[in-house]
Design a protein around this ligand. Structure first.
Ligand SMILES: [Zn+2]
Length: 96
């Protein structure tokens, strides 16, 4: 399984297996903001898969689990306790 497929699977699997999927924290790679699944935007097909803050394409390319890129990054919030709706990743942008 490629790294990409692993990431794609993890958002869907996380939400599908969660007891409280609306409460799961996600992160958008375009606007770099954290938000919970309940804030996902409904897309043109009626699926709740879009970022709450920008017009990105949503699941499968831009929305990831909140900790997908955390790894060893000291700037990344350590737990979901420090997250709030719309919080922007404090470190340098991934595209900078
Ligand atoms: Zn976004």
């Amino acid at each position: 399984m490629s790294f990409e497929m692993e990431v794609i699977d993890s958002v869907h699997v996380t939400l599908a297996n969660s007891d409280h999927p609306q409460d799961e924290w996600l992160w958008c790679i375009f606007c770099e903001r954290f938000f919970q699944a309940r804030d996902l935007r409904v897309d043109y097909l009626g699926n709740r898969q879009g970022c709450a803050f920008c017009g990105c394409a949503g699941f499968d390319c831009a929305i990831f689990r909140w900790d997908t890129f955390r790894d060893d990054d000291p700037e990344w919030p350590a737990t979901t306790a420090g997250l709030h709706r719309g919080l922007r990743y404090p470190g340098p942008g991934l595209c900078d």
